[in-house]
Design a protein around this ligand. Structure first.
Ligand SMILES: [Zn+2]
Length: 298
């Protein structure tokens, strides 16, 4: 696909998502991505690691031949998801840190992403920001969205690169300075959304996949108040689902991702939700658009 020929009402705008692993771009903000791509926005996914240490989460793919070739298979899955979403995608080239299991947790494997100094890990991202020149950048909150060491590292690296990319004194060898205008954190896995979908399932006499999860997840209105921006994208949940399914080793088609009928999701919670963290343009929250305040053809 040619990115130079993007057309649509919002052609000229550029959005960059910084994610930890292949599949994160499809499980977080994918419907937002599909909507903006449809409107002509150029969307660039940056994937920090190759996902080499991810477990196989789809029983149908848990086979020795898949496990042996997991790096190559995850790369191919990412290419399929990229094409379904209509984005460009780059790897930062770091090695997956893995999910530390055990009590106490074992030390992280040598050379993994989470152990690279932030200053060093941010350099290739600064380079990509200066090349692609996004108006808006998204990543995870300071807890990583969930506490995988690569997600927390991804947050640190994305925030550092967002701050450094516009400063000519930083990373002088990494291209001409470019300051993205807005930085967002993903907040789509919020409790009120889960509760609303859970209630809707029960009201329709369906079994909810979230019973246990909600019991352990105490309400935290202060946290929920951090959401500033809800992007309507229900029409693109189908594209999101196709992109998720492209990650066949990570996504079980019979698992919780697809337990809630799409029509119900579109009706009950047709947005993906974000927190505006930095804005260099005047913008008033709450908003319903990641580009609110960004001049067209900026
Ligand atoms: Zn991940």
């Amino acid at each position: 696909m040619s990115h130079a020929l993007r057309s649509g009402p919002r052609a000229g705008l550029r959005l960059m998502h910084v994610h930890a692993h292949p599949d994160d771009e499809s499980s977080k903000g994918a419907a937002t991505t599909a909507r903006y791509v449809d409107e002509g926005v150029d969307v660039h996914v940056v994937t920090c690691t190759g996902g080499e240490r991810g477990s196989i989460l789809n029983p149908k793919m848990d086979r020795p031949d898949v496990l042996e070739n997991i790096s190559e298979i995850r790369r191919q899955e990412m290419e399929r998801a990229r094409d379904i979403l209509g984005v460009r995608q780059d790897w930062l080239g770091f090695v997956d840190s893995g999910w530390p299991e055990g009590d106490p947790k074992p030390p992280l494997p040598e050379g993994c992403f989470a152990l690279v100094p932030v200053e060093e890990a941010a350099e290739p991202l600064v380079r990509l920001i200066r090349e692609f020149r996004p108006h808006v950048v998204t990543t995870y909150d300071e807890n990583g969205g969930y506490p995988h060491p690569d997600h927390i590292m991804c947050h640190k690296v994305a925030v550092a690169a967002f701050e450094a990319a516009g400063d000519p004194a930083r990373y002088p060898g990494a291209g001409a300075p470019w300051q993205p205008l807005k930085l967002y954190y993903h907040h789509s896995f919020n409790r009120p959304r889960m509760q609303a979908l859970h209630d809707a399932m029960l009201a329709h006499g369906l079994e909810s996949p979230w019973e246990e999860r909600l019991k352990d997840w105490k309400p935290d209105p202060e946290w929920d108040d951090r959401i500033t921006t809800r992007v309507p994208c229900g029409d693109y949940f189908g594209v999101r689902d196709q992109a998720l399914l492209a990650h066949a080793t990570q996504i079980d088609p019979d698992g919780h991702w697809f337990a809630i009928p799409r029509e119900l999701q579109e009706k009950i919670w047709p947005t993906e939700d974000y927190e505006l963290v930095v804005s260099h343009v005047p913008s008033q929250t709450p908003e319903d658009d990641l580009f609110a305040g960004v001049p067209d053809h900026a």
